[in-house]
Design a protein around this ligand. Structure first.
Ligand SMILES: NC(=O)c1ccc[n+]([C@@H]2O[C@H](COP(=O)([O-])OP(=O)(O)OC[C@H]3O[C@@H](n4cnc5c(N)ncnc54)[C@H](O)[C@@H]3O)[C@@H](O)[C@H]2O)c1
Length: 252
């Protein structure tokens, strides 16, 4: 396992920090001495996650947020800055994934996915970036998906937001990279988290057949790539989308 000495005393803000990939990322950064601020949808999951990591000796705090609500995101970012004084790393993991045919999708359902997966990333990045630009350092990860690269049945709304993350990352670099702030996008395949593993056995079996490695990814395998991309080892990588998928999509 790689050790990242530069994470010590840095501050990482992880949205969706109580979720599968969010928690794996918290642990990866926490064991490397990073201070962590998490946010997630309600106090119960946030407090449970904080308690769990405090027991592991990780310096962590957090609040509940609705990532789609401007006011809520502002008070969350303010709380993080008040607690730790800066944000070095942003991991924008909060997201939802719902099955629905386009013809059966209400406009409300469409908008909910766009609000959380796309507008939520705008809101948090918009508020975190100014202090990164001012300090001329910072690194951001947004989440694409295999669904955004090759499409996914029943997920026009989800896939649209995930393709958008690739465009977001590769466009924002023109505004921030020269100032020393980096952004990249990770595009996981099927990872074993609450988001995917509550599907039927039949659905999971079908997914497995499409993966050359014949297994699902572990959240830690995504967290490892996030750590590398945020670290100084990735100092010349910006605007890229990195697939993490056991080979299910190659040559993107
Ligand atoms: N698991 C996979 O196979 C997979 C594949 C591709 C991309 N991704 C992406 O990775 C990211 C993390 O997903 P995960 O697998 O850890 O899922 P997860 O469901 O375990 O975690 C997502 C977290 O986001 C939180 N969240 C949802 N709506 C929110 C809101 N309005 N405000 C604040 N928090 C909210 C949830 O409570 C949850 O804890 C997501 O952006 C997802 O789209 C996951």
């Amino acid at each position: 396992m790689a050790i990242y000495n530069e994470f010590k005393d840095k501050v990482a803000l992880v949205t969706g920090g109580a979720g599968g990939i969010g928690k794996a990322t918290v642990r990866k950064f926490g064991v490397n001495g990073c201070k962590i601020f998490i946010c997630d949808i309600n106090d119960e999951v946030v407090n449970k996650t904080i308690d769990e990591f405090k027991k592991e000796g990780i310096d962590i705090d957090g609040v509940s947020v609705d990532i789609a609500c401007e006011e809520s995101v502002k008070s969350m970012v303010d709380a993080c800055l008040k607690k730790y004084g800066k944000i070095d790393y942003l991991v924008a993991a909060a997201g939802i994934y719902k099955d629905r045919k386009l013809t059966e999708m209400s406009f409300e359902e469409w908008k909910q996915t766009i609000d959380i997966n796309l507008n939520g990333v705008f809101l948090v990045t918009h508020l975190v970036l100014p202090q990164m630009l001012e300090r001329k350092q910072g690194s951001i990860i947004v989440f694409g998906s295999q669904a955004g690269i090759r499409g996914s049945a029943l997920h026009t709304h989800y896939a649209a937001t995930k393709s958008a993350m690739q465009g977001f990352a590769r466009s924002l670099i023109y505004e921030v990279a020269a100032s020393g702030v980096r952004i990249n996008c990770v595009a996981p395949g099927v990872i074993r988290t609450p988001m995917t593993m509550n599907g039927s056995a039949e659905k999971l079996e079908k997914w497995l057949e499409t993966i050359p490695m014949r297994r699902f990814g572990e959240p830690e395998e995504v967290a490892n790539v996030i750590a590398f991309l945020l670290s100084d080892d990735a100092s010349y990588i910006v605007g890229q989308t990195i697939p993490i998928n056991g080979g299910s999509v190659v040559n993107t």
